[in-house]
Write a protein of this length. Structure first.
Lengths: 115, 111
């Protein structure tokens, strides 16, 4: 299993600003994932981040809005740019188990409120 | 299109009642199936998973799920719920690495 730490755990931000969320894993993993959980809804994959390459974004998500860094095998950041109230969500970092079969482990999430 | 449907959005049970949460999926190809639980204020945790083999899967805390391929279903069951099972439950499928989650079921167990 993997232990994932996310920072910050919550934040309240002004619209138009940006927030960078950090995700630290206690072991080296190839693939890291960023999800969004909007109020009352399920989790939606934003992008997949592999070390050494650009992130792959899902339909409806773009790099300019959600830039991602993946500098090494244990760390990633997600930035929510030019925030609006619609970006108020829980953002979760996830990693695969590294054994070929995907069992995802999740961080505790970052609860973002944009005012 | 790939999707996961959870039929019950909110479920309220008394302690010792039996639980069954429905999950149906639409996904081309081989799937991996999961149930995750999110207790109040905590992060998502894996309850159980199915990759292959015995379609009846046993997970933690007395939960089990049955994969019925012909029905594209992976329902979660527990014979006797406890107050501590109050949480939100998510069904998920994955083919390779991408997870698709259902909308979740909020379970409230009354003491």
């Amino acid at each position: 299993s993997a232990v994932i730490s996310q920072k910050p755990s919550r934040d309240i931000c002004q619209r138009g600003t940006s927030l960078t969320i950090q995700c630290q894993v206690d072991s080296q993993v190839t693939m890291m994932f960023w999800y969004r959980q909007q109020p009352g809804q399920s989790l939606t994959l934003i992008a997949t981040a592999n070390q050494g390459s650009e992130a792959t974004y899902e339909s409806g998500f773009v790099i300019d809005k959600f830039p991602i860094s993946r500098p090494n095998l244990t760390f990633s950041t997600l930035t929510v740019s030019n925030m609006s109230p619609e970006d108020s969500s829980i953002y979760l970092c996830s990693v695969e188990d590294g054994q070929g079969r995907v069992e995802a482990f999740f961080g505790q999430g970052t609860r973002l409120t944009v005012v | 299109a790939q999707s996961v449907s959870q039929h019950n959005h909110h479920v309220i049970l008394s302690e010792a009642a039996s639980l069954e949460l429905g999950c149906n999926y639409s996904y081309g190809g081989t799937v991996n199936l999961f149930w995750y639980v999110q207790y109040p204020g905590q992060h998502l945790q894996l309850l159980l998973k199915y990759f292959s083999g015995d379609p009846l899967v046993k997970g933690i805390k007395g939960f089990e799920a049955e994969f019925i391929k012909s029905k594209f279903s992976f329902n979660l069951r527990k014979p006797s719920v406890q107050w501590s099972d109050t949480a939100e439950y998510f069904c998920a499928v994955s083919g390779t690495y991408k997870y698709i989650f259902g909308t979740g079921t909020r379970l409230k167990v009354l003491a």
